[in-house]
Ligand binder design. Structure first.
Ligand code: SF4
Length: 213
């Protein structure tokens, strides 16, 4: 069994790449960008399972999936698990694979992942940068096309595009948590929290609020 820490799995995700996608969020992030909207994914002491269990959970989605988005957390903080997961996805499905990393691409062990993904979005979130590009929280983040399939699916996402402002809303029946997948615009989560509170609801968000202090 290959251990892996997972934050969540979801299908279909439509806001993080073209088509109906299997979303896999790895748990744990050592980068800790100021302003991160996913503070809940930073801890390394939760979400422990195995790659085999993840595979079992996503198999029912494969027949109608167009692609896969692997995010976090920081996926490359778990290189062995990431490689094992990507190898399995590649072997069983012809859809595209998009991987996120908060590290600059120059420090990633890309030779070890040769052929295992079609596109990569690298670099940390930088609040001082603009936010105009699809699939990215800040415009310093770079889109790298790794394969011909990646060029076909992501080649038109190098510049500003309408896809940037879509979000998927998901509900966890067990906890009552609401999860938004996608890239919200700056301050959207704080605005949503305020609106919910004005409506008499208790609302917490997973955004690093240091940028507001
Ligand atoms: S934005 Fe991504 S890389 Fe940066 S702290 Fe959040 S999860 Fe980690």
């Amino acid at each position: 069994m290959t251990p892996i820490r997972i934050s969540r799995l979801h299908f279909p995700v439509r806001a993080l790449g073209p088509g109906a996608r299997v979303g896999i969020w790895l748990q744990g992030c050592s980068i800790r960008c100021p302003g991160c909207i996913s503070l809940d994914t930073w801890s390394t002491s939760r979400g422990e399972t195995s790659v085999e269990a993840v595979v079992e959970a996503i198999v029912p989605w494969l027949a109608t999936a167009d692609g896969f988005t692997i995010s976090g957390g920081e996926p490359f903080d778990q290189p062995d698990a990431l490689k094992s997961l990507l190898t399995w996805v590649r072997a069983v499905h012809g859809g595209d694979i998009l991987v996120y990393s908060g590290h600059p691409v120059e420090v990633l062990p890309l030779q070890e992942f040769e052929g295992l993904f079609d596109a990569l979005i690298s670099d940390p979130l930088v609040l001082a940068a603009r936010q105009t590009l699809p699939l990215r929280g800040s415009d310093n983040q770079r889109l790298h096309i790794a394969t011909e399939l990646g060029r076909l699916r992501f080649g038109d996402m190098a510049g500003p595009a309408a896809l940037a402002n879509t979000l998927d809303v998901m509900f966890d029946d067990a906890t009552g948590d609401v999860f938004l997948a996608g890239i919200p615009q700056r301050g959207d989560l704080a605005r949503l929290q305020k609106l919910l509170e004005l409506g008499g609801h208790k609302a917490g968000i997973t955004e690093d609020r240091q940028q507001y202090s």
